[in-house]
Design a protein around this ligand. Structure first.
Ligand code: SIN
Length: 312
């Protein structure tokens, strides 16, 4: 059987529904070309700010068997750099998504206005959920501010726009956020960013494992898969049909990718596992997903996307 992993995100076609999360190893042209040369279905940049940022002091990333904690603080080369790479990224013949995380609404508007003029940008993922910039709360947890941001950014004409959300934990919050998002012409949501402000401890050293914010940082990997799945599921059910959900959180093999798609994800992003394994993870996870689909008799991801069963 010929198994097809193709999908669309915001009406942009991807040959493979698996690609990188905006986070690890997507900051430099070298990183982005490596993703382009891999089996990843798209190239997604590190979240761009107005100006280049060095990010938080090191050590700022740590992983163990269960996942990762980071407080990178948005180290990136500034939005103009990611815009300037569009021409060279064309050779990979796959979508080039730019993540944006301006430090203010005005910054976001400046960045989006410019990116909207750059024809080759396939879509923009507006990051409303970075937990790691001291003094900058996560917009995704401030529903009034989220609406103010969406009012302005959605008034701009341009590329397909999606938002990267933080994880939510309360049923009423899923409904409140979905009610907000359903009012705007966004085309996708990415669920989820890391669980913000966790703490991982080195028992031997009786110390935190990362330096910024006294060790507090965004948690990813196995630790967060059930939360990520719950967010994908809820937003798949609650959002308009024309808003794609992209799953992110705890995907390290084909079965994890399958679970996200079963919950309703149109595509999945890999963060912690990509950091561990490098670009080979995209092909390995895709092969594992294909093998599982073959076993189950599924030919394309639409055969099982969103079809999670409840217990009667
Ligand atoms: C970071 O750079 O601090 C991580 C990005 C994010 O969590 O959005």
């Amino acid at each position: 059987m010929n198994i097809d992993l193709s999908t669309t995100v915001a009406e942009v076609s991807l040959e493979n529904c698996i690609y990188n999360a905006s986070g690890p190893l997507c900051t430099t042209a070298e990183h982005l070309h490596a993703i382009g040369e891999s089996q990843a279905g798209a190239i997604l940049t590190k979240s761009a700010t107005l100006e280049l940022r060095e990010g938080n002091p090191q050590p700022r990333y740590y992983e163990n068997d269960l996942g990762s904690i980071n407080s990178m603080g948005l180290p990136n080369k500034g939005y103009a750099y990611y815009a300037s790479l569009v021409a060279e990224m064309q050779k990979h013949a796959k979508p080039y998504f730019v993540s944006v995380s301006g430090l203010s609404l005005e910054n976001n508007l400046t960045i989006l206005k410019h990116l909207n003029t750059v024809k080759e940008v396939s879509a923009i993922e507006l990051n409303l959920s970075c937990p790691n910039v001291p003094g900058k709360p996560q917009t995704g947890y401030d529903f009034e501010q989220m609406q103010r941001v969406l009012d302005k950014v959605c008034a701009l004409e341009g590329h397909p726009l999606g938002v990267k959300l933080p994880p939510y934990f309360d049923i009423i919050h899923f409904h409140q956020v979905a009610d907000i998002l359903n009012k705007y012409p966004i085309q996708f949501v990415t669920c989820v960013n890391s669980i913000g402000n966790g703490l991982v401890i080195d028992v031997d050293a009786e110390q935190v494992v990362i330096k910024p914010k006294h060790g507090f940082g965004g948690v990813g990997g196995d630790y967060i898969k059930p939360t990520a799945l719950a967010n994908v599921r809820k937003f798949f059910v609650l959002l308009r049909d024309d808003i794609d959900v992209i799953g992110c959180g705890g995907i390290k093999n084909g079965r994890d990718a399958f679970e996200h798609i079963l919950c309703g994800a149109s595509a999945v992003q890999i963060g912690t596992q990509y950091m561990r394994e490098g670009t080979g993870c995209f092909e390995r996870i895709a092969n594992e997903l294909v093998a599982l689909m073959q076993e189950k008799g599924y030919q394309s991801i639409t055969d099982f996307k969103g079809k999670l069963k409840s217990i009667d």
